[in-house]
Design a protein. Structure first.
Length: 306
């Protein structure tokens, strides 16, 4: 066995050692091939391939430029159509951005395919990256989807006074991920769109008119008719109170120490708080002049001496 291995090793070593004569012959053959090669054919082939590549690059650039012009034309048509239909500015801007992004993505894909590059791998890569990013930013995407719903359904607009998620204020901005509201004490609050789009929203500015309610407690023994007459007179004197529907005053409850009168009047939405506070003060200052007493809790204590 050992003798056989030695024999094979010696044969392999002899096959690796090339004689000088053979090496010289191989070198001469290689030099002859180099000197006899037709370089004009090679250069012609390279020039043909280069022109074809340049032509494809030029065609891809042409597709990109033409596609960009078509995208601008489509955006202009969208702007005219959205303005004609009086679409909200924030919704129109969102739609324009979405259409522009989709169109440019399609144009780039077509241009890359024209250059002869296989885009299936790129699309698969983008899809995988999008899935990974989407899983990592699931909350952010939910807020984005909520923003889309708000822009499409329009439960409120910029400038409306709303109440949602335990917060109340005037809508200052409807963003893609959150809604910005300003409170009456000048605080700025950002509410995530995913939360506000699935919650109960009170929009106080959407209706053109609102009903203002007061509850006035008068003492037992005072005339309800006199109180009603004076209250309606005060309401009629304020030009902000609407006559249709007419204001009403009625007895809502007979309490332990007072008779409760409910007052209801209709005003424009913008005048709600001004009318509410102004009439509160007038009720307090003017009703006692007509002999109406405001009831308040009281207790009689009888002391028995034994």
């Amino acid at each position: 066995m050992f003798t056989l291995l030695q024999t094979e090793t010696a044969a392999t070593t002899e096959s690796l050692i090339v004689p000088d004569s053979v090496q010289k012959a191989q070198m001469a053959d290689a030099i002859e091939k180099i000197t006899t090669t037709d370089y004009s054919e090679l250069l012609s082939h390279l020039a043909t391939q280069g022109c074809w590549i340049l032509l494809k690059i030029a065609l891809a650039l042409l597709i990109y430029l033409v596609g960009k012009c078509i995208t601008k034309w489509i955006i202009k048509l969208m702007n005219k159509g959205l303005k004609r239909r009086n679409v909200d500015a924030s919704l129109a801007s969102f739609l324009r951005s979405m259409v522009q992004v989709v169109m440019m993505f399609m144009i780039i894909i077509v241009a890359v395919q024209t250059m002869g590059i296989n885009t299936s791998s790129f699309i698969a890569l983008f899809a995988s990256a999008g899935l990974a990013v989407g899983m990592a930013l699931s909350g952010t995407l939910q807020n984005f989807a909520g923003g889309v719903i708000l822009l499409l359904l329009r439960p409120y607009r910029v400038g409306d006074y709303i109440s949602a998620q335990g917060q109340s204020g005037t809508v200052a901005e409807i963003g893609m991920f959150s809604t910005k509201i300003n409170t009456v004490d000048n605080r700025v609050i950002y509410i995530p769109n995913s939360a506000i789009s699935t919650s109960i929203i009170d929009n106080y500015s959407q209706p053109k008119t609102r009903r203002v309610d007061w509850t006035i407690s008068i003492a037992y023994g005072d005339s309800v008719e006199v109180a009603r007459e004076q209250i309606l007179k005060l309401l009629a004197a304020d030009g902000r109170v609407l006559t249709d529907p007419a204001a009403v005053v009625f007895v809502s409850e007979l309490g332990n120490a007072c008779v409760k009168l409910s007052v209801r009047a209709w005003v424009k939405g913008a005048d709600y708080w001004d009318v509410f506070f102004a009439l509160n003060e007038l009720f307090y200052t003017e009703l006692p002049k007509s002999g109406i007493r405001f009831a308040y809790p009281k207790m009689d204590v009888n002391v028995i001496n034994k």
